[in-house]
Design a protein around this ligand. Structure first.
Ligand SMILES: N[C@@H](CCC(=O)N[C@@H](CS)C(=O)NCC(=O)O)C(=O)O
Length: 274
C-alpha cells in the first residue's frame, strides 16, 4: 500500500506489476529484481532497483524534487521524516498483533498493553505534527505528504481492528478511510483472493468502518451506457450494473475493482454522474 500510494498521491509516472504475495509464486515473480525479495519494489527507468519503502520514498523524492512528497516547510520536513522513520522501524507490537487486512473489520479485538503503548506513542506523534503543522488540512502536515503514506497502514489497522484512539486520532484515521486513493487500493485488493486467506482472527466481523460503497454487480453482457473503458479508452468487453444502468470496461480487473467501490474512481464517476 505504501509503495503504491507514494507513486499515486504525487502523480509520479509509473507502471505497476502485481506479484503473488500469498500464492507461493513471489520468489519467481521477483526473480528479475534480485536481490529484492519482499514488496514493494521500485525499478527506475534506468533499471536500478530499490526494495524498502523508506529507501523508495527518498529515491522518488530525489527524482521528483518539485512533486511535494515531503512538506515544503523545513521544520515540518524534519518532523515528517522522523514520523515516517519511526513508523518504518517501530510499533512492532501493533504490527505483529494486527496485520493489515483491508478486507475485514473485527469485533472485540483484545488489545494488549503493548499494543496500547504503541497507540499512545502514535497519537503523541500525530498530535505533534497536527498541532504544529496540520492547520491547512486533515493530514499530518495539513497537505498530504509522505508522512501520511507511511501512516495509512496504521490507520487501516486502527480501523479494521477497532483499536481505541482519541477523537482527534480517529478523525485522522477517517481521513484515510475516505481518501479516494486509500479506497482504490482497498478496492483493488478485494479483487484478489488467496486460499487460505491470511490474517484471519477467531472473532466476529463487522462492516468496514469507511464509507459504504454503492452496490454494483458483474453482468454477462452489454450494451452499456459507455462504449469506451473509463480507464483506458479502449472498447468495452466486461460489464457491471449499478443504479439500474450498465457500464462497460476493457477488462475484468477494471470492472471488478470498480464493482468493489464505484465512487472511489474519478474516471468512472465522471461517466456515472453524467
Ligand atoms: N521494511 C519493508 C517491509 C517489506 C515487507 O515486509 N513486505 C511484506 C509485505 S508488506 C512482504 O513482502 N511479505 C512477503 C513475505 O514475507 O514473504 C518495507 O517497508 O518495504
Amino acid at each position: 500500500m505504501r509503495g503504491w500510494l507514494m507513486l499515486k498521491a504525487f502523480d509520479l509516472p509509473h507502471r505497476t506489476h502485481l506479484v503473488g504475495l500469498y500464492s507461493g509464486t513471489m520468489a519467481d515473480d521477483l526473480a528479475d529484481l534480485a536481490p529484492a525479495r519482499l514488496v514493494p519494489v521500485l525499478r527506475t527507468p534506468e533499471g536500478d532497483v530499490s526494495q524498502d519503502t523508506l529507501a523508495m520514498a527518498e529515491t522518488l523524492n530525489e527524482r521528483h524534487p518539485d512533486a511535494g512528497l515531503w512538506p515544503k516547510d523545513q521544520s515540518a520536513r524534519v518532523l515528517a521524516r522522523w514520523l515516517a522513520a519511526e513508523m518504518h522501524s517501530g510499533f512492532g507490537a501493533l504490527r505483529e498483533a494486527c496485520p493489515m487486512n483491508l478486507r475485514t473489520s473485527w469485533v472485540d479485538f483484545p488489545v494488549s498493553d503493548a499494543v496500547k503503548s504503541d497507540l499512545t506513542r502514535i497519537e503523541t506523534l500525530w498530535s505533534e505534527a497536527r498541532s504544529k503543522f496540520g492547520s491547512g488540512g486533515p493530514w499530518l502536515f495539513g497537505k498530504y505528504s509522505l508522512a501520511d503514506v507511511f501512516y495509512a497502514p496504521i490507520a487501516a489497522r486502527i480501523a479494521g481492528y477497532g483499536l481505541p484512539v482519541s477523537a482527534a486520532a480517529q478523525s485522522y484515521v477517517d481521513a484515510h478511510l475516505a481518501d479516494p486513493l486509500f479506497r482504490q487500493w482497498r478496492a483493488m485488493g478485494a479483487t484478489v483472493s488467496y486460499a487460505p486467506m491470511p490474517y484471519t482472527q477467531p472473532l466476529e466481523t463487522r462492516p468496514w468502518p469507511g464509507p459504504t460503497p454503492i452496490p454494483a454487480r458483474p453482468i454477462q453482457t452489454g450494451p452499456s451506457v459507455n462504449s469506451a473503458c473509463p480507464y483506458s479508452g479502449d472498447p468495452v468487453r466486461d460489464f457491471m450494473e449499478t443504479g439500474g444502468k450498465v457500464y462497460g470496461f476493457c477488462n475484468a480487473f477494471c470492472r471488478d475493482k470498480t464493482i468493489q467501490d464505484p465512487e472511489a474512481w474519478p474516471d468512472f464517476t465522471a461517466i456515472y454522474q453524467s
